[in-house]
Design a binder for this molecule. Structure first.
Ligand code: T1G
Length: 696
């Protein structure tokens, strides 16, 4: 028996326990151990049936993701599963925690399944750019039907045990995992229950189900590989024999597991977990208990941010300067919740519970007992410093003072208080109640406890918290500046907004820079450019000429029915505008630029390579802890496609020497803004990539 798997007996029931923390992943040791344990139970004449369970906090949570891309070792998984399914002794899977991926596939090769009520089951391989490669695409449709299997396999959703029982995935739900499963096995033996094999269940589907499903999900699965292969596998379960279906599944699994998309998505899986690891803020750093939050500003951002806390059951007091602003802000929150209720995403009772967690005031003195206060007012430093000075005098000792500023210095804001150790940035992304990303901006004096609390409360309210340094624009917006700026230079060089936006959309972002600008409002950038005009570096080319002229016409985007594009009433579809094209061509003429054609590849490099170059600068300055943090920021804050891994992983996949060669070419043609980041040059000179910095 390997250390990873124990075999014991309870009466006539063999108990097989996987002990491979933290999640009992199906490593080679576990697979070898399972094989040996089943052989032992099979050979023992006193054993009438067997129970398989996970030790620690969960059942088997899937294949060991770290083994993918490595040379195969240990007993092949499908051999272990075949031995179980063909066992002449009844096997019951006893599920707690999460039975996921290969874990659920193992349970489906047992003859019966027992689960505790809090258990979850699912086939989330698609999130890793994979498909259930151990029979899941052939067995699940036979259990729950092709249509439900399609949804479960292409979404990777986790199903609670009671619902899984209703669907037929689980046979029995009971409170005591081992005792319950052993009793269930004993009952089955006493009743001489059949050794059920899911493979023997027929599987049919309505003609056209799969093509209809493909069409209905084309936009959602755009650019991904795995969801499409999942559909093909489930379709095979309805058209081929079980063994032919298994062969088809294995072929398509190999196509996925060797694909760049899966390598990228597996990178993202681990990157999402790395963000929580902060070298100088250990995991056991005490976090403050946030029982009450105060929100300063009930505008779009303030309301959206506040909803996150109410959704997590944390009371929020809203502060505004006038009752009118309060009423308006609370109205927005009410409407947001009502829309969700109307769409069936929330019960009215839950909405009422959340609304009951809100209180509001125009009196600063009323918020002093909050454990965390988040300021979300206009991006004006003077105003923020005035507010933080007042907060310093009002908030109880130990309260955390956070700003939702998207670009301004946390250190300067903290300087307005006598407790800079309690000041931190919590930069949410609009719409704040939807976007997963939270940039936690550490000030020079932010204490480890303040940092740990901000990171932790972000996770508690469903965000992915990423710690960033205190520079202009922090990480995301600082890189965004390079991306959007290059887009306008492309217009001056000869491209049109619709060409740039199409190339970026086809690359995989949800929309291109001009459609995004029209959605966010062009006036926002216009105000920032005017505010910074006086101190703009003289050697920095100005990319704002075209958007300034568009704004001077009062064209701010969707909010004014026109910006770069026109928009019909109630329709967000961008329509190219000839007057805007005239402005673009006029600016090229004034700047003596001969307009030229650009391929989609040229456009992608010109718009997205600044993310890589600026990302390298950010890493060199220590404003991001690791390249994969930047990837997580761009995927969760800006819609960078997960199947490309994020800007830094994408650069590694292209090859940094290739990226640098193009950046040098752009530097020669366009000057300073394209100066290669020294870190990028260093890595290329040393034959390394961004991933080599992860261990740092
Ligand atoms: N392989 C390797 N390591 C894993 C792992 C896995 N499957 N799952 C988790 N870990 C690590 C994780 O990196 C972290 O490490 C620690 O365990 C705790 O994880 C053949 C091909 C189970 C719901 O996709 O969804 O089976 O950071 O922080 O929040 O068809 O982990 O501590 O060093 O996430 O409590 C399919 C992936 C695999 C499940 C627990 N299975 N895991 O969440 O803890 S492919 C999955 C999760 C497959 C078969 C196919 C979650 C969790 P570290 P954690 P958690």
């Amino acid at each position: 028996m390997s250390d990873a798997v124990d075999f014991t007996k309870q009466g006539a029931i063999g108990v097989i326990t996987v002990n491979s923390p933290p999640v009992n992943a199906l490593s080679a040791a576990v697979r070898d151990g399972l094989g040996a344990a089943f052989d032992k139970g099979q050979a023992d004449p006193d054993v009438k049936a067997m129970v398989l369970l996970g030790g620690g906090r969960t059942f088997i949570a899937g294949a060991d993701i770290r083994e993918f891309g490595q040379p195969p070792k240990g007993k092949p998984f499908h051999e272990v599963l075949l031995a179980m399914e063909n066992s002449t002794k009844l096997i019951v899977a006893a599920i707690h925690g999460t039975a996921l991926g290969g874990g659920l596939e193992t349970a489906l090769c047992c003859h019966y399944r027992f689960a505790v009520p809090a258990a979850l089951v699912g086939l989330p391989e698609v999130k890793l750019g994979l498909l259930p490669g151990a029979g899941g695409t052939q067995r699940l449709p036979r259990l729950v039907g092709a249509e439900k299997a399609l949804d479960l396999i292409t979404s990777g959703a986790f199903v609670p045990a009671p619902q899984a029982k209703e669907m037929g995935i689980v046979d029995e739900v009971g409170d005591d995992l081992l005792a319950g499963a052993v009793a269930f096995a004993e009952t089955l033996v006493a009743e001489n229950a059949p050794l059920r094999k899911i493979r023997d269940i027929p599987c049919e589907a309505d003609a056209g189900l799969f093509d209809t499903y493909r069409k209905a999900n084309a936009r959602k699965f755009r650019g991904f590989l795995a969801p499409w292969k999942c559909i093909d596998c489930v379709e095979a379960a309805t058209t081929l024999s079980f063994d032919e279906g298994i062969a088809r599944e294995r072929a398509l699994f190999m196509e996925c597991v060797t694909s760049p998309e899966s390598a990228a998505q597996r990178h993202v899986f681990f990157a999402e977990r790395e963000v929580a690891k902060i070298p100088d803020v250990p995991k056991d750093t005490p976090m403050k208990d946030i029982k009450k939050v105060a929100m300063i500003g009930a505008g779009t951002m303030g309301g959206g941010i506040a909803m996150n806390f109410a959704n997590a059951g944390i009371p929020v007091i809203m502060l505004e300067v006038t009752q009118e602003n309060l009423d308006k802000g609370m109205g927005i929150i009410q409407r947001n919740y009502q829309n969700t209720v109307n769409k069936g995403g929330l019960s009215q009772a839950k909405m009422d519970q959340r609304m009951a967690l809100f209180s509001s005031t125009t009196d600063l003195a009323d918020i002093g007992d909050a454990d965390l206060v988040i300021e979300a007012v206009f991006e004006k430093m003077e105003l923020k410093k005035e507010i933080f000075a007042k907060l310093d005098g009002v908030m109880k000792p130990g309260a955390i003072l956070a700003s939702n500023t998207s670009t301004l210095s946390i250190d300067e804001i903290a300087s307005a208080t006598k407790r800079p150790e309690s000041v931190i940035g919590m930069h949410f992304f609009s719409p704040a109640n939807v976007m997963r990303l939270l940039e936690v901006v550490r000030g020079a004096k932010s204490s480890p406890e303040t940092i740990a609390t901000a990171m932790g409360i972000g996770r508690k309210v469903g965000k992915i918290s990423v710690l960033v340094g205190n520079c202009f624009g922090f990480v995301g917006n600082r890189m965004l500046h390079g991306y959007t700026g290059e887009g306008t230079f492309l217009l001056e060089n000869g491209a049109l907004p619709q060409q740039v936006d199409k190339a970026i959309f086809d690359f995989g972002l949800p929309m291109g820079p001009f459609a995004m600008g029209d959605m966010a409002g062009l006036d926002v950038g216009w105000l920032v450019r005017k505010a910074r005009a006086a101190d703009r570096p003289t050697n920095e080319e100005y990319g704002g000429t075209i958007p300034d002229r568009i704004c001077e016409l009062g064209r701010f985007g969707q909010k004014t029915a026109g910006g770069y594009y026109d928009y019909k009433e109630g329709d967000r579809t961008p329509i190219p505008n000839p007057e805007v094209q005239g402005i673009i061509e006029q600016v090229s003429k004034e700047k003596n630029i001969a307009r030229r054609e650009f391929s989609e590849e040229d456009i992608v490099k010109r718009c997205l390579y600044p993310l890589i170059n600026i990302g390298a600068q950010i890493l060199a300055e220590g404003m991001a802890m690791r390249p994969s943090d930047i990837d997580i920021i761009y995927i969760n804050g800006y819609g960078f496609p997960a199947y490309r891994g994020g800007p830094m992983a994408w650069a590694d996949a292209i090859g940094l020497e290739n990226v640098l060669a193009d950046i040098k070419r752009f530097h020669a043609e366009f000057g300073e803004r394209w100066r290669p980041a020294p870190l990028l040059e260093k890595l290329v000179a040393e034959g390394k990539n961004f991933a080599s910095l992860q261990a740092a």
